[in-house]
Design a protein. Structure first.
Length: 121
């Protein structure tokens, strides 16, 4: 994946509901709101180390679930395959326009593109 923050945000999007309310809150403040450990600690009335421990535990829970399920890995692979399908459908339409002018090919390419879009949602 691109970087650690992106990876953690993806983990949170997929598995955030598995965390305790406190883990969710601290994780969100740290990764999504970009607050420092010290700022979170000050607002929460606990030590900086306490905040770090909660966030590290949350990261561990979500990483463990991802290792077992592989949902994010499969999701990212699916996104690559969908992009390839869309690209191929676009190329079919272009080839059809330049050489064949067959309305059935255009229709089928549109069906493929629509199906790929539906998979993205």
């Amino acid at each position: 994946m691109k970087n650690q923050t992106y990876r953690m945000t993806m983990l949170f999007d997929f598995y955030g509901e598995l965390l305790t309310e406190r883990q969710k809150e601290f994780f969100d403040l740290y990764y999504n709101e970009d607050l420092s450990l010290s700022e979170i600690a000050e607002n929460s009335g606990i030590s900086r180390q306490g905040v770090r421990d909660v966030i590290v535990r949350a990261e561990g829970v979500m990483q463990e679930v991802e290792e077992k399920t592989g949902l994010i890995r499969r999701f990212l692979q699916m996104q690559q395959h969908i992009a390839a399908i869309e690209e191929a459908a676009g190329q079919l339409k272009t080839l059809n326009y330049r050489q064949y002018e067959d309305s059935r090919i255009d229709t089928l390419a549109d069906v493929i593109t629509q199906a790929a879009q539906a998979l993205k949602e």
